[in-house]
Design a protein around this ligand. Structure first.
Ligand SMILES: [Zn+2]
Length: 179
């Protein structure tokens, strides 16, 4: 776990709220994701900020790894990558405990289940969770593509489908975060 990467990810989360689709066009009509996704928007936007933030930090880490000599913009290398995702996994429990009436927790439930399904997060037999570094980067990129596309296309039906399937605390893991 790393305080620096926890903090930097929160900064990246806030920055990426300002990026991504804001003005969109549907059948020639000017609109925006908030109008189109209605009551589902907040949870999607919070998940988008989390996942795009992770994607951005991974990009910076990868670029820093390629830079030989000179000051790096942030911690990088294999240890930093492991710390980034492990810290994120731990912080997901903090966010889920806000409860599913909160947009951050709703967005986190989507991420948690998606990453479990893609093998990036692993539920171990002893009740602990871990990160599979060989799968988490593709899982982050995959979910980011899904979320950004839902916003860019103002796809309410697609968002509803994703939320119905993923915005749940699955009973088999519930005991881990009911604490
Ligand atoms: Zn946010």
């Amino acid at each position: 776990m790393s305080f620096e990467l926890f903090f930097t990810h929160i900064v990246a989360h806030e920055l990426t709220h300002g990026l991504g689709p804001h003005q969109i066009k549907i059948n020639g009509r000017d609109t925006n994701p908030r109008l189109e996704l209605k009551e589902l928007y907040s949870a999607v936007e919070e998940a988008k900020a989390d996942v795009t933030g992770l994607f951005a930090l991974q990009y910076l880490i990868t670029q820093a790894d390629k830079t030989s000599g000179g000051p790096a913009p942030l911690a990088h290398g294999a240890d930093a990558e492991r710390q980034l995702y492990t810290t994120y996994l731990a912080s997901s429990f903090r966010t889920l405990r806000f409860g599913l009436q909160d947009a951050h927790a709703r967005g986190m439930a989507v991420q948690f289940n998606y990453f479990l399904d893609k093998g990036g997060f692993v539920a171990n037999a002893d009740g602990t969770f871990s990160v599979d570094l060989s799968k988490i980067k593709d899982a982050v990129a995959g979910l980011d593509r899904v979320l950004l596309t839902l916003e860019a296309t103002g796809d309410y039906a697609g968002t509803k489908k994703l939320m119905t399937e993923m915005m749940v605390l699955r009973p088999k893991y519930r005991k881990h975060w009911s604490g």
